[in-house]
Design a protein around this ligand. Structure first.
Ligand SMILES: [Zn+2]
Length: 283
């Protein structure tokens, strides 16, 4: 999956660092990211020292903010408005990168994008409107006027594989650009457990009751600011699907041996479909 690195881990612990020339700069503008190109392919993200700016060393916390460390390199997000530039770099749309950059780079960009959005959208306190300030001990924004503490926002959501022996419910979303097969999915509501989310979403989207929930894996999905939690579960009672037409264009039972093989090594949904096809889902 997206977050499965070949070696090492994304060191996401908060640190209060200032940038150096050799650090990595992740620059966003209009849902695009600045990438350094080598020949036909994108090689990497630019270094801080290569950014075309008058004097990056004079920038402060508000300009370049440390976000994480990977494979011995520190990553900073550029917090300015509008595009920064560097030699041999171009801005590329986030939604088209999935197949065109290495998975570990895509993971870095998605995670940086999640943090970038959180920082950008919380520059002002929602309680009193004052400018927030960065805490220097943990990843948190604080309102100096009313004391409001704002922590990173992560939206919990479930991915659900409803199974009945060798059958699984496959869906396609309605009214979206994504036309591949998917599984039932939805966000946890305030006041419910994740298990209740699974049962509610399945009932809302396809009108089925489920039991025997088995947790599989989770996945950070930074492009939308989500944490996805995958579950397999068994049909409980009638197998007649009543589709929510506003959410789904397709909802149907598929046999284990007749599933689309679309696992690109990135998404939890596609891995769960493949694993069911192989008969390796948690029983
Ligand atoms: Zn406030």
């Amino acid at each position: 999956m997206l977050q499965d690195l070949d070696h090492g881990r994304l060191e996401n612990e908060f640190r209060n660092l200032t940038p150096e020339a050799g650090d990595i700069a992740v620059c966003f503008a209009d849902k695009k990211v600045l990438l350094r190109r080598t020949g036909e392919t994108f090689a990497d993200l630019p270094r801080v020292g290569s950014l075309q700016t008058r004097d990056w060393q004079r920038w402060g916390d508000e300009d370049l903010r440390y976000v994480f460390r990977l494979h011995g390199r520190n990553y900073f997000i550029w917090m300015g408005v509008g595009g920064e530039g560097c030699t041999d770099c171009t801005y590329e749309g986030l939604w088209t990168l999935r197949q065109s950059v290495p998975r570990s780079l895509y993971y870095c960009i998605m995670t940086a994008w999640h943090l970038y959005n959180w920082y950008r959208l919380n520059r002002f306190c929602g309680g009193c409107g004052a400018h927030t300030v960065h805490d220097d001990k943990e990843r948190m924004l604080r309102c100096p006027q009313c004391g409001n503490m704002i922590f990173p926002r992560i939206n919990p959501a479930v991915i659900v594989a409803v199974t009945d022996g060798d059958r699984i419910v496959m869906t396609k979303y309605a009214g979206r650009g994504y036309t591949h097969y998917a599984l039932i999915a939805g966000f946890t509501e305030i006041g419910e457990t994740v298990e209740q989310t699974v049962q509610r979403e399945v009932m809302e989207e396809v009108g089925l009751k489920v039991k025997n929930l088995r947790y599989y894996k989770s996945q950070p999905w930074g492009i939308d600011g989500n944490i996805l939690m995958g579950f397999y579960c068994d049909l409980d009672g009638s197998d007649v699907i009543t589709k929510d037409d506003s959410e789904l264009a397709v909802a149907e039972w598929h046999h284990r041996h007749n599933l689309p093989s679309e696992d690109d090594g990135i998404s939890l949904t596609r891995e769960m479909i493949r694993v069911f096809g192989e008969g390796k889902e948690p029983k």
